[in-house]
Design a protein. Structure first.
Length: 331
């Protein structure tokens, strides 16, 4: 019994739709979502995977069917029919991708705006740079600080209203090849980031040498970090755990090793971490910089802080000799 082409097409369409919808929600390509914004980004990605899966099955399926059904028969040396085009078909396969692109563009714009990408309080609220001239034995001398001003700061994240909880502000300095986190309220300097769960976090970031990119895969956010320009990144972590922090911008020979972690913990756990680091500093376990730091190599400059900031010893050994490299942070 021959099945009418219309019924065959309908069945194929239903099958492609069901397979696409299932795979779009069950592809397993993304890491765990650790923030509310991550869930919004995942929904956009799932939609794109659904559309891509449907198009892949449709296009590749048609190709396979054509290869089998319309293949040259053995002994057939005749030419095929002369077909010069099909205007309605060309309109359809041009219109459909155009509509899809517009839908994805509008949807992604809405998510980007929801995450604070166009928030005027973030993109134009302003941060500028200032230098610490007062000696502090618990932090790096002359380290660049970030203070409010009228200059524009690029970044992504929602601005806080009067009713919101005060954000935890952390200054981030990216350099070849490490991330350095400074907590202005406590004077703690660390090589890994610790934040409390369900509290707004604001990172004020600047590069000491070349362009870096601060990437949190589980949070679906990434922000370029550039010399001479403050970047802001605001988010709220809603899932406890330890997550990788990766530089996503090729920044030099050892770019692949520029990694650290961000630990999201309860408010009590975060307070305990702050207290333990503060006690360690007060007990003299943190070592101040040598006076003549300009005479040191980058590795020697960081050696006193290696354990405190979580820098791996092998990483220090790989840093090339550059006596003035680290001091560019103070320029």
């Amino acid at each position: 019994m021959n099945i009418p082409n219309s019924i065959t097409t309908l069945i194929a369409g239903i099958a492609i739709t069901l397979i696409s919808l299932w795979y779009g929600q069950n592809h397993g390509l993304l890491p765990v979502a650790a923030s509310a914004d991550a869930n919004d980004v995942d929904e956009l990605f799932n939609l794109m995977m659904t559309i891509a899966t449907g198009l892949f099955i449709l296009i590749e399926g048609v190709l396979v069917i054509c290869l089998i059904r319309f293949r040259r028969k053995q002994g057939d040396l005749t030419d095929g029919p002369a077909i010069e085009g099909n205007v309605p078909l060309e309109i359809v396969w041009t219109a459909i991708p155009t509509v899809i692109v517009f839908i994805l563009a509008i949807y992604s714009f809405e998510i980007y705006n929801k995450m604070g990408g166009l928030d005027p309080m973030v993109s134009g609220g302003g941060m500028t740079m200032a230098h610490h001239h007062q000696h502090n034995p618990n932090t790096m001398d002359n380290m660049v600080a970030m203070e409010p001003d009228s200059k524009i700061a690029i970044g992504i994240g929602k601005s806080m209203s009067a009713n919101d909880e005060d954000p935890l502000v952390v200054d981030v300095n990216g350099l070849q090849y490490a991330w350095i986190f400074t907590y202005p309220d406590t004077g703690i300097v660390s090589g890994d980031l610790h934040v409390p769960v369900d509290r707004p976090i604001q990172l004020n970031m600047k590069a000491a040498d070349v362009i870096h990119a601060f990437w949190l895969p589980e949070f679906r956010i990434k922000q370029d970090v550039m010399p001479g320009q403050v970047s802001q990144l605001s988010f709220v972590a809603n899932r406890e755990g330890t997550y990788p922090v990766i530089c996503a911008e090729l920044c030099g020979s050892y770019h692949g090793g520029m990694k650290t972690t961000m630990t999201v913990e309860t408010a009590e756990g975060y307070d305990q971490w702050v207290q333990s680091r503060t006690v360690a500093l007060q007990d003299g376990e943190g070592q101040p910089l040598p006076v003549d730091s300009t005479a040191l190599t980058d590795a020697a400059f960081l050696q006193a802080y290696a354990e405190e900031m979580g820098i791996i010893e092998n990483t220090l050994e790989q840093i090339p000799h550059n006596p003035l490299g680290m001091m560019s942070m103070a320029q």
